[in-house]
Design a protein around this ligand. Structure first.
Ligand code: HEC
Ligand SMILES: [Cu+2]
Length: 353
């Protein structure tokens, strides 16, 4: 009994430790479980608060109902052979009881509805401050396309400053307004510690927002089944200091310098000789494909394949040999490159920073 309790509390402590540990270790693990009971941004905090109130109300109801059930089971249990049980009082049709168990649940339900609608209203009717960061997120099978708005664009107007994939950077304590769209099927945007789930619907523009309170890396996922690799449609939000964010933005909006090393130069030729350019964009070159992720600053990203593998030389090589090896069913074809071409193209991709 004693050891059992100890083991349980140890497990709970380990679980509680998992989230911060994951953020601290830069390269591992790639897929920690985000703790939705530890919200660190506004919509998530508001949802958390109303969920806790709802949970308390439901717990009280649960305790009263189970308490009465246990009481009745004990009090009116069979007491052996010589049982002098009388027939209980017959109360069928009692209007007091009928009224009580109709009105009380209605009141409880109305209270729960009011708590929920108030939170929904507060989240949807938020003001967008002038210094807000505006991004557009487009869901694809099975990755996230992310556009940043050009500074100075008029309200309601969209001009893309630069595009990236699967990793969103935002400044801490600043409102980030997010427009959600889909290129194919239904997806859902969810970063448990920052916001609630919002669907990405083909032909429709949905909105959500975040206002993170602390810096760090927050892990999210597609939360609407969208096909084979739904589980590997991961998302990361890097919350940075305003200075770091500004520097990141400038770097992303500037094309990477042309490769200097011979192998990378050869790799750039491989990239243009194959049909990579039909699907991928590299700023400052003639590659303007949009079917796959923007590779302009690929080397600055933490992972490839929407979080399926760490972004390092070994995994990039594996990806270039056959992406479906790391991500079965992936919509990038096996490009049938030779080993030399794989090495060269990877050398080129690693200059994109
Ligand atoms: C038919 C379109 C298509 C072609 C051609 C193509 N890709 Fe891709 N590529 C994709 C798609 C789609 C993804 C996203 C896969 C995913 O994460 O599910 C991708 C992902 C990638 C990634 C990972 C990017 C990231 O941020 O996760 C790299 C690197 C890449 N491709 C390089 C190449 C290179 C180099 C070539 C040419 C040798 C090439 N691709 C040819 C469609 C294509
Ligand atoms: Cu999805």
């Amino acid at each position: 009994m004693g050891t059992g309790k100890l083991r349980l509390s140890k497990t709970l402590a380990a679980l509680a430790l998992m989230a911060p540990l994951a953020a601290a270790q830069a390269d591992e693990p790639l897929r920690p479980i985000a703790n939705m009971f530890d919200p660190l941004s506004k919509p998530a905090e508001m949802i958390h608060d109303s969920a806790i109130i709802t949970l308390i109300i439901c717990t009280v109801i649960f305790l009263i109902v189970t308490g009465m059930l246990v009481y009745v089971c004990v009090k009116f249990r069979s007491r052996g052979a010589i049982d002098e049980r009388k027939e209980p009082p017959q109360i069928y049709g009692s209007s007091q009881i009928e009224l009580a168990w109709t009105i009380i649940p209605i009141i409880i339900t109305v209270v729960l509805i009011l708590i929920t609608t108030r939170t929904i209203g507060e989240i949807q009717d938020h003001a967008v401050p002038a210094n807000a960061v505006h991004i557009r997120v487009i869901g694809h099978q099975w990755w996230w396309e992310i556009h940043y708005q050009k500074p100075g664009a008029k309200p309601g107007e969209w001009i893309t400053d630069f595009t990236t994939a699967n990793e969103i950077h935002v400044p801490v304590n600043v409102h980030t307004e997010i427009t959600l769209e889909s290129a194919d099927v239904l997806h859902s945007f969810w970063v448990a510690q920052l916001n609630g789930k919002t669907d990405l619907i083909p032909g429709l523009k949905n909105h959500t927002w975040i206002e993170p309170r602390t810096t760090g890396v927050f892990f999210g996922n597609c939360a609407e089944y969208c096909g084979t690799q739904h589980a590997n449609m991961q998302l990361k939000v890097f919350v940075q200091t305003p200075g770091d964010f500004a520097a990141w933005k400038i770097a992303q909006a500037t094309p990477a310098p042309a490769p200097a090393a011979a192998e990378a130069i050869a790799g750039k030729q491989v990239f243009f000789a194959n049909s990579c350019v039909n699907c991928h964009k590299v700023d400052g070159t003639t590659a303007i494909g949009v079917f796959g992720p923007d590779l302009s600053r690929l080397a600055t990203r933490m992972t490839i394949g929407a979080g399926v593998a760490a972004n390092n030389q070994e995994n990039l090589r594996a990806w270039m040999r056959d992406p479906s090896h790391l991500k079965p069913g992936v919509l990038m074809p096996n490009m049938q490159l030779t080993e030399t071409e794989v090495d060269q193209v990877v050398a080129f991709l690693q200059t994109l920073k």
